[in-house]
Design a protein around this ligand. Structure first.
Ligand code: UGA
Length: 433
């Protein structure tokens, strides 16, 4: 099928490339000419494992352009995968979605299904349909379907090619049939529902996962007080298939471009409709506090960080991505810098983006070991494999004072016991040397 995709961020580009992998002819559209030029050379503008390989493998079926008319003119299906960033009040900014919808309506010369893949508040698909129908060329019928994505950064390709489910929200059978054809060769259960339910499935899924994380983080904080071990507690809970063993990893809170934004957007929408979502409000509040956890713990050892050398391991919101959006490191590092600490940071892929925030105030190190050299304190923000591979001797021998505060529980407690390292992690016994 001839398909176009508006937006070449995580959602748009991964969708386009995976549809090409399944034999469709896909044109990816973006306003950024430089990005388009790089993609035409087979270079991905985002760091996502496996993406460039698939771009190259399917280059005969993949086209990149800034020319919206050319891309949308005769497409049978156009996906909208542009960003829906958060506004100051927490609601979703739909500017780019409507902009893309207008461009599609202005260009489409044949009947086509406009598919909203971006995460949008309930009721948005209707507004998009109203807009594209009003702006469509005479004789062209445009219909709108909701098809939320469930990919996570770092595993986006696998999450798309082997999706847990494909949700299709339509008001007319014909658009549902068109989308079934798009996904004909995907091995995933397909749920067809109405558009509002599809929109809600996306928010309800993300907010439930965020709730699970905030819940386990609260239990972890209590474990520290009462002397229980969160790793064992989570394992014990996870055996119950009604709970499941995923997303029970306690830490310093969720970040990224999705959970923080989607919890706030649903909470805003609920309050706007006089229907406050208490669980989601609590989820957000717990998460905001959890992001300060490492600095709070560090204050047990140092009143302030003035004159100290602090090793920071990991900058991104999770491993497998160079994305810094809502990363807990962006909350804690400013506090260290305000105190005039000397910050030595290591991250395998996040440094380039971090430099945009802190070009000179931080010393970026090529290896985690070098970040540790001479440090009085080590804070772990991201569980990169290179961080997990460090041994107690790395901390003991390289740091001036081996105090490690681990926001991601990278090491088993047993490995750190009796090793001459003070090791303070989340929801577990503190090892003091
Ligand atoms: C998330 C969802 O997992 C995807 O299903 C969804 O499609 C995507 O949002 C989206 O809406 O686009 P993503 O934000 O890429 O994906 O990353 P996750 O792997 O879900 O991690 C989010 C945050 O939660 C990270 O900061 C991670 O460290 C944290 N987390 C995750 C925990 O603290 N504990 C856990 O057990 C799991």
């Amino acid at each position: 099928m001839k398909i176009a995709v508006a937006g070449t961020g995580y959602v748009g580009l991964v969708t386009g490339v995976c549809l090409a992998e399944h034999g469709h002819q896909v044109t990816c559209v973006d306003v950024d000419e430089e990005k388009i030029a790089r993609m035409q050379q087979g270079v991905s503008p985002i760091y996502e494992p496996g993406l460039e390989e698939l771009m190259r493998k399917n280059r005969e079926r993949l086209f990149y352009t800034t020319d919206t008319c050319d891309a949308y003119r005769d497409a049978e299906v156009v996906f909208i995968g542009v960003g829906t960033p958060e506004k100051k009040d927490g609601s979703a900014n739909l500017r780019y979605v409507f902009q893309a919808a207008e461009q599609i309506a202005a260009a489409a010369c044949r009947d086509c299904v406009v598919v909203v893949k971006s995460t949008v508040p309930i009721g948005t698909n209707e507004k998009v349909e109203e807009l594209v129908r009003r702006k469509a060329r005479p004789g062209v019928t445009l219909s709108v379907a909701s098809n939320p994505e469930f990919l996570a950064q770092g595993t986006a390709i696998a999450d798309t090619l082997h999706a847990s489910r494909i949700v299709i929200g339509v008001e007319e059978e014909a658009s549902g049939e068109t989308l079934r054809r798009v996904y004909r060769d995907f091995d995933a259960p397909i749920l067809v529902t109405n558009r509002r339910s599809a929109e809600m499935i996306k928010y309800a899924s993300n907010d439930f996962l965020a709730l699970k994380i905030s819940y386990i983080n609260e239990i972890a904080n209590l474990c520290e007080t009462v002397g229980a071990d969160i790793e064992d507690v989570a394992r014990g809970m996870g055996y119950d298939s009604r709970i499941g063993n995923k997303f029970l990893q306690a830490g310093i809170g969720y970040g990224g471009s999705c959970f923080p934004k989607d919890t706030k957007a649903l909470s805003w929408l609920a309050s706007f409709n006089d229907n406050e979502l208490k669980t989601i409000k609590a989820t957000i509040e717990v998460n905001e506090n959890q992001k300060f956890k490492l600095v709070k713990k560090a204050r047990r050892y140092y009143d302030d960080f003035r004159g100290l050398t602090v090793a920071v391991l990991g900058l991104t919101f999770k491993p497998g991505t160079d994305d810094l959006r809502e990363a807990p490191s962006l909350v804690s590092i400013p506090i260290l810098l305000d105190d005039d600490a000397r910050v030595k940071a290591w991250d395998p892929v996040g440094v380039e983006n971090y430099r945009k925030h802190y070009p000179t105030q931080i010393e970026y190190c090529p290896t985690p070991q070098e970040a540790l050299d001479g440090a009085d304190l080590c804070l772990i923000f991201t569980e990169w494999p290179e961080v997990k591979a460090l041994t107690p001797a790395d901390f003991r021998e390289r740091m001036r004072r081996a105090i490690v505060i681990d926001g991601r529980n990278c090491y088993p407690l047993k490995a750190m016991e009796g090793e001459g390292v003070t090791y303070d992690s989340i929801g577990r016994k503190r090892i003091v040397e």
